[in-house]
Design a protein around this ligand. Structure first.
Ligand SMILES: CC(C)C(=O)C(=O)O
Length: 455
């Protein structure tokens, strides 16, 4: 286990915690991020309590972070996806908000069309340049909340903004005040929080924001952005990489209410889902996600994954309709031109396709043996078997039974002569040196041949 040397000042004395600390040079947290080496996960064995809010929900960034990493959606595509998000999130609004760019005419038209549908959820919010003019514009469009970028690591403060920490806070507070004055609720995106000085920048700044909230009576949201996907959820891991540490301290040391705390993750180290669930468990009501995880670089937390995390944690889907996930995936592949990798959980073409004969045999005897849940009922995707050299007669019979195109053969037994005919052909293929799986189309064609021979 990686341990820091004793001189490390990462363990702060409590009385120093809430004070902004000016530094002459950017603090790059080289102990964790040496750059020319793999980042390190350090442990100090500080454990914080699980404290899941009674109400948790999902917010969506498909049209913001999602669109940053791909060709823009057309307005019609946005409206179609928005409608499906509404159906997926259900009447209780488990998918509570979604955020829109408002830069181009097309962005604005799409946002207005979605608002005109009159749905309660997901609420349309915005993402704009932080200027008085743009806040006014958001207000005029009837949008009640906007995201504002408040980058919080020295990487950004020193090397992008060329400011000192105090200056950055002054600047951000000015922007937030302008937003409130324009009559729009601010959502502060704490960019790069997993490389930020939590006790000497993040907490003092969050406390200033909470003070402003007290003075104005306007709720100020804090979105903790793990911009580079460095966050970890391991017990005893050190801040600023510890997701639970960040959420716990924002709630406890800066008094940010659960309902105003949100987590935004990235998947650079394959941790986006676990980190988002951790944020819920340790006190953030909201996790920000994008459909199929489409977002900058390796992407964001996949929204569909958090639907299933929600259902598992809460023991209920709470009115969400996951069959909309299947429709969204089909729509993305058919109309949006996105290729969903076939092994992607819940949505990939093969997520519940079994290949090995022994597994297919089990699936045929009892579906539950090799299917994660009733994917037919919950996602409208019954489990399937793909045919290969290991499928066997049972696999072929299951493939026939689960193929909607072969309705006439429903209930066919593995000893039926047609199954034996197909298996002989499959065996012959592999005997001749084939290395790929057999496609549905090939087998369907062969069935037509068999029907003709036996007619
Ligand atoms: C730009 C910010 C808000 C972001 O999306 C992130 O930090 O990932």
């Amino acid at each position: 286990m990686f341990e820091l040397d004793k001189k490390s000042n990462l363990l702060e004395l409590p009385e120093h915690r809430y004070q902004l600390k000016e530094v002459d040079e950017a603090r790059m947290f080289r102990e964790f991020y040496p750059y020319e080496e793999i980042p390190k996960i350090a442990f100090n064995n500080v454990h914080v309590p699980v404290n899941m809010p009674s109400e948790i929900w999902i917010t969506d960034t498909t049209f913001r972070d999602g669109q940053q990493s791909r060709a823009p959606y057309t307005a019609d595509q946005i409206v179609k996806i928005y409608k499906l998000l509404n159906r997926l999130g259900g009447p209780k609004g488990i998918i509570r908000q979604t955020e829109f760019f408002l830069y181009s005419e097309q962005d604005r038209r799409a946002a207005l069309e979605c608002m005109n549908l009159g749905y309660d959820f997901p609420e349309v919010t915005s993402w704009i340049r932080a200027s008085k003019k743009d806040f006014q514009f958001v207000k005029e469009m009837g949008i009640k909340e906007t995201g504002i970028l408040v980058s919080c690591s020295d990487y950004h403060i020193f090397h992008k903004l060329h400011m000192k920490r105090g200056e950055a806070i002054e600047h951000y507070l000015g922007v937030v005040k302008d937003c409130i004055e324009a009559g729009v609720k601010p959502r502060c995106h704490f960019e790069d929080i997993t490389r930020a000085d939590i006790f000497h920048f993040v907490i003092p700044f969050a406390r200033e924001l909470m003070k402003l909230m007290g003075e104005t009576g306007v709720p100020i949201k804090i979105r903790a952005c793990d911009t580079m996907g460095y966050g970890v959820s391991y017990p005893g891991a050190m801040i600023p990489r510890s997701v639970h540490g960040i959420i716990y301290n924002l709630h406890k040391d800066a008094d940010v209410p659960h309902a105003l705390l949100e987590w935004h993750g990235h998947n650079d180290f394959y941790r986006a889902v676990a980190n988002s669930t951790t944020a819920w468990l340790y006190g953030a009501s909201a996790v920000n996600c994008s459909l199929f995880g489409i977002g900058e670089r390796t992407g964001n937390t996949p929204l569909e994954a958090m639907v299933f995390e929600y259902a598992q944690l809460k023991g209920t889907l709470d009115g969400m309709d996951p069959t909309a996930i299947t429709e969204l995936a089909e729509y993305y592949e058919r109309e949006v031109g996105e290729v969903i990798p076939p092994r992607t959980p819940f949505v990939g073409k093969n997520f519940n396709v079994t290949r090995a004969g022994i597994h297919a045999d089990g699936l045929l005897k009892n579906e539950e043996i090799y299917n994660i849940f009733d994917t037919g009922k919950i996602l409208n995707r019954p489990p399937r078997v793909a045919i290969s050299n290991t499928s066997g007669l049972a696999g072929i019979a299951h493939w026939m039974n689960s193929n909607p195109a072969l309705y006439a053969y429903k209930g066919i037994d593995k000893n039926n002569p047609l199954c034996i005919y197909l298996k002989d052909w499959v065996d012959e293929q592999y005997a001749q040196g084939r290395v790929t799986v057999i496609t549905d189309e090939e087998l369907e064609e062969l069935i037509h041949v068999y029907e003709k021979i036996t007619d």
